[in-house]
Design a protein around this ligand. Sequence first.
Ligand SMILES: Nc1ncnc2c1ncn2[C@@H]1O[C@H](COP(=O)(O)OP(=O)(O)OP(=O)(O)O)[C@@H](O)[C@H]1O
Ligand SMILES: [Mg+2]
Length: 137
Amino acid sequence: MGDHFSISVPSKPEYVNVVRLTASAIACRMGFNIEQIEDIKVAIAEACTNAIKHGIKNREENFKIQFLVDEEKLEIDVEDEGHGFSCNEIEEPDLENPKEGGLGIFIIKSLMDDVQINSNIGKGTSIKMIKYLGDDL
Ligand SMILES: Nc1ncnc2c1ncn2[C@@H]1O[C@H](COP(=O)(O)OP(=O)(O)OP(=O)(O)O)[C@@H](O)[C@H]1O
Ligand SMILES: [Mg+2]
């Protein structure tokens, strides 16, 4: 079953750091190592930045983050009720010909063990990411 936290976050870039610190505190308590905690912080910051930058329709709206903690893993869901996008059409970045932007989701997928994106145009987006404990041991 595990433990369940959720927070509702204002859609303002200045709160991304609060979310990073929250994730870091939870991950630290769970016993993740420093490298894993860094991965989680970067991934959650990218997901929040996307919710704020692309998702939310106006800055008065909040978005939601859920943390699910159990013995073997941390699951983080970042959910906005914003514009949504065609998440099946995300292109892999061309790392040999880098251009500005388009790296956030790629970074999240490379840092977390399991990532699922669900998005509905006009309804919103949820990105679920999992990090397993003990993976680096
Ligand atoms: N929460 C979201 N709501 C709506 N669209 C999104 C959301 N998250 C991602 N997208 C769409 O997916 C695209 C890819 O996201 P990604 O984070 O990989 O790149 P980026 O945000 O454009 O650039 P970067 O993250 O490198 O600054 C975005 O440009 C946007 O169109
Ligand atoms: Mg992004």
